[in-house]
Design a protein around this ligand. Structure first.
Ligand code: BGC
Length: 508
């Protein structure tokens, strides 16, 4: 067996182990957390474009929409409508810190179970909503589900996966997000013709995956890492044997024990995160999530039906175009699963920056030159916009989408993993909130300029990737410090040993 050097200085053999049926089952069940996140992302745009929904909760927007051609860019600009979409993410932001505590104290499985209770309750409140307060409250409860789910699932997948397919298994989370977005798009396409309760069906059907996740979360195991970290050594060993389908687990077991011992010595993971040696993974985790959102992806995911109506499609054509971009999103994510452990993370991110920069700029130019506040694009121009959006989504889906989640889940050492990942999740939620809350107003004020705004961000993130993001392909999680951070021209300056910091370490 080849040996690797751990961050703790020991030599640990790389581990073998089959991909057991049980692991596959656990992956599928947990990935339903991603599906629900995706469903929530994809459903709100279609629902907020439905007249029945607007008449019931947002009569002002409905009135404005009737005079659609008065101002293309502003017809949906309403802060309450945006609040409907964005409230979920602010709740998820707050919930992810609580989820991080639950995740390290009670395990990934319990965190997922709590998340699925929130999902079921949130769906019931939304689908049964009789007034705006109830519907928005339902979204806040769903947001707590997202906070707990997004904290637990990527960590659960990374810890459950045999090391050699960690990247691919982790991206299953993103794959399920994209499937959720697609299903939501398809459901909206049909329910928009069901009056007056189509929107209730759209929101209520999230109950199906929510119940599957709830029931399934009782069938999955806790990860060996979490069990061992919480002193349940024998159970951890037995689980490791079960998920690897072999008795030959001594090497992997030892490496988890070493990592857990280091983790247990850290009294306050959040304070440890503030130490210089934690800076490289922390800065990268946060920055990747901020950049992921400022690619502008959710302007498309949330508001694609609105956007496509803006460029001149009718309601049905707009929803159909949303389904097409949803399909592109799913299939391009598969490309990422295939290439991430071969081409590497940097290569995918950089290529996508070029692709997304060009498409955002061309969309901006097209709208600037041809879409006036009143009037619409010709159908040929509108189709070009849809094609450009597809090429843009393609680039995002094989890079910033999955890698925004993968890289933060594989670069923190165990002692700061849940705390560091919580910072990543909450940064993502904060920026998702900002985009959800601001996009329609930004479009109203900046008009076509909004696309240049995102293109500028893409340029910045390309430069960051080029100079500051190290490659983590094929590097075992426990070797990041030695093989990545200590070798990097910039980040190595933070790699000073703070092992003996009294504030962080329990003496013993
Ligand atoms: C992002 C979401 C986005 C989705 C699109 C995810 O990685 O976190 O905000 O809507 O990808 O597929």
């Amino acid at each position: 067996m080849p040996a690797v050097i751990t961050s703790h200085g020991g030599h640990i053999p790389e581990h073998d182990g089959k991909i057991t049926f049980y692991v596959i089952l656990c992956v599928i069940i947990s990935a339903f957390g991603g599906l629900l996140f995706g469903y929530d992302i994809g459903i709100s745009g279609g629902v907020t474009a439905m007249d029945d929904f607007l008449i019931k909760f947002f009569p002002d927007v409905y009135e404005k929409k009737k005079h659609a051609h008065e101002d293309n860019y502003c017809k949906y600009d309403n802060e309450y409508l945006q609040l409907f979409t964005s409230s979920l993410y602010i709740a998820a932001l707050v919930a992810s810190f609580a989820a991080s505590k639950v995740c390290s104290k009670f395990g990934r499985r319990t965190t997922l179970q709590i998340g699925s209770f929130f999902f079921v309750a949130g769906v019931a409140l939304q689908a049964g909503g009789v007034n705006l307060t109830m519907v928005v409250f339902g979204r806040i409860v769903l947001g707590c589900g997202v906070g707990f789910g997004n904290q637990a699932v990527p960590l659960f997948l990374s810890e459950l996966a045999p090391a050699r397919i960690r990247g691919a298994l982790n991206i299953c989370f993103q794959l399920f997000i994209t499937i959720g977005i697609l299903i939501a798009g398809i459901i909206n396409y049909f329910t928009s013709n069901i009056h007056p309760h189509g929107w209730r069906i759209s929101l209520g059907l999230a109950g199906v995956p929510a119940v599957i996740l709830l029931v399934g979360s009782f069938a999955i195991c806790e990860t060996p890492t979490s069990l061992i970290e919480r002193d349940q050594i024998d159970q951890g060993k037995a689980t490791l044997r079960r998920i690897r389908g072999t008795d030959n687990i001594a090497a992997e077991f030892d490496s988890i024990v070493i990592a857990s011992e280091a983790a247990r010595r850290v009294k306050n993971p959040f304070r440890k995160l503030m130490r210089p040696s934690s800076r490289p993974p922390l800065v990268i985790a946060i920055v990747l999530q901020v950049f992921q959102q400022f690619t502008g992806i959710n302007a498309i995911m949330f508001y694609a039906p609105v956007l496509f109506q803006t460029v001149g499609f009718g309601n049905n054509a707009a929803l159909l175009s949303t389904v097409i971009t949803g399909l592109v999103n799913v299939f391009s994510t598969l490309v990422s699963i295939y290439t991430v452990d071969k081409a590497g993370r940097r290569m995918l991110l950089l290529e996508a920056c070029v692709q997304m920069f060009i498409t955002q700029t061309v969309i901006g130019l097209l709208l600037l030159l041809h879409l006036k506040p009143a009037g619409s694009l010709s159908s040929a121009e509108a189709i070009v916009v849809v094609v450009l959006v597809c090429v843009y989504v393609m680039g995002f889906a094989w890079s910033w989408g999955p890698l925004g989640w993968l890289i933060p889940s594989e670069t923190f050492p165990l002692e700061t993993r849940t705390a560091g990942f919580a910072c990543a999740v909450s940064s993502n939620m904060l920026c998702t909130f900002i985009i959800a809350q601001a996009f329609l107003s930004m479009m109203c004020h900046m008009k076509a300029g909004i696309f240049f705004f995102f293109a500028a961000w893409i340029l910045v993130m390309g430069l960051f990737t080029l100079f500051l993001l190290p490659e983590t392909k094929g590097v075992p999680v426990d070797s990041m410090v030695e093989r990545v951070w200590k070798q990097h021209w910039f980040w190595k300056r933070y790699m000073i040993d703070d092992e003996n910091d009294d504030d962080n370490v329990i003496k013993g």
